[in-house]
Design a protein around this ligand. Sequence first.
Ligand code: GDP
Ligand code: MG
Length: 603
Amino acid sequence: FPVENIRNFSIIAHVDHGKSTLADRLLEITGTIPKVPQNQQVLDRLQVERERGITVKAQTASLIHTHNGQSYLLNLIDTPGHVDFHYEVSRSLAACQGVLLLVDANQGVQAQTVANFTLALESDLAIVPVINKIDLKAAQPEVVAHQMNSIFGISTDEILKISAKKGTGVWDILTAVIERIPPPKADASQPMKALLFDSWYDQYRGVIANIAVGDGVITKGEKVVCMSSKKVYEVHEIGFMHPTPLAVEALYAGQVGYIITNMRNTEEAQIGDTFCHERSDVQAHPGFRPAKAMVFAGLFPSDQSEFVALRSAVERLTLNDSSVSLHSDSSPALGQGFRMGFLGLLHLDVFCQRLEQEFNTSFIVTSPNVPFKVKVKGAKNIKEHGGSEVTILNPCHMPNPSVIEEYQEPMVKGTIICPDQYLGSVTSLCLDRRGLIEDQLNIDNTRIMLIIRFPLNEILVDFFDDLKSVTSGYASFDYEDAGYEISSLVKVDFMLNGSVVDELAMICHTTRARDTARRVCEKLRETIPRQQFGIIVQGAVRSKILAREDIRPFRKDVTAKCYGGDISRKTKLLKRQAEGKKKMRKIGNIDVPKDAFIKVLKR
Ligand code: GDP
Ligand code: MG
């Protein structure tokens, strides 16, 4: 294929607007896959993707299409639409010259439509606007076209109207891809350079990397250099995703495909890296902003004896997801485990679901938190913390307040789109989450878009659910990283009869301290069994007590239940109680069952 006959494009949209369905249709009408009724989200290969109906990993597929008597190679890169996977979207876009911007004819422009449009615009890509689902009874293609015009400045007669489900208008999509999206700027006669834009680990074949060949030719059997590490690899196999791997002898300038080398793990396959030939002086791709973990949680085996199994599962899973960060961690109550960092909450959910389904492990995930930062003062303290700025991943590592000069918390810029009748309730929900409304605009006469600055910590738990419930499900939400801001934070400690329980420490905004203290104390009162003496449960900031609960003494006579003299039942019960004791942790002289910690710490 000459470069003029190659198109590299992606489909971007809000979640559920029909990307994967459109991809299925494009694969069918180009004869890439047979047309059978059961084709559903063919590119979504992971079980979690099929179950949740979302795309997590971007996938590519090469299609061949004849237009005006000429044969074209169309490389489709399916992208995830959800907020947490922006990172995947932006690197997929680096391999494209254009995008199909898909909008649901009934739902209209949503928060992630805006975010994805912005990404495409910043990457200088040709944008083909498409309204999907025109077959729906409630479809309002004219209203949606008007929204796209008013928000994005897209002229309404550029917009294609299709039904991906029924196949209506899908043919015109191929024509638009060829006519409106430019071919890649690539030259087969120049020295080889190829961008590595995705990679994953296959149990049988090792590391498979997706590449977009900029210039030159990359051939099976030859040696290539990874520009960042200068390491040399041999090309074992090279090919197209059609949509399953189809090996060929070489990939040429402008083409997108996969490569298998003797790389051992995905860490060697750095996303954004450039491949070239030895002794070549080509310019490397500028690379991508590294994915930043924003949500941290502890991960522990349900039973300590399963730690090794959990560790190997976690290590295998992270091989395929370089955006998860992993540190070992241990807790006196929960044992040996991990502290893991994720891009966002959905990312955390998806990770846990995969861990469960693909590895059949049983584990506990603690309530997530964000990476707070503090500035410490005094030369000695700065030296001790390895710098004046300290990032706190685990609340019990927070320096003593007396050496802290400044507290900072991560912020996000949120976008909410909803019908304007909900403006009042959405505004009050946002204010309640310490949000600052920065902008508000009318998309048309029934819908509004709000731009709000939030502390990330405030939207981690239940925010999206609450937003959906105050808007009867009509609001959409997306957010992006907005750096750090000075804040007023405190560490809340919990005590049982005066002994501090380290693993329960929590960091929160000053205004949230009392609520947090109350909530946790109540939970502890419910979960710690009565003992032979009274227990005072307290939540405190420094020495100031914010909440207190009392657990009254109680003499638990387990054998009382066994009337009659069945001695074997009695011994059984006593034995069970003794086993239960092993799962206890002693705080001072108090036995706290592991379950109590789990109930308080778990998500
Ligand atoms: P994605 O999240 O953007 O990949 O969206 P999917 O392709 O998974 O589609 C989400 C849902 O919308 C699925 O239930 C599809 O069957 C449905 N859908 C997609 N396209 C159409 C369409 O043109 N018409 C109708 N009625 N439903 C569609
Ligand atoms: Mg999808």
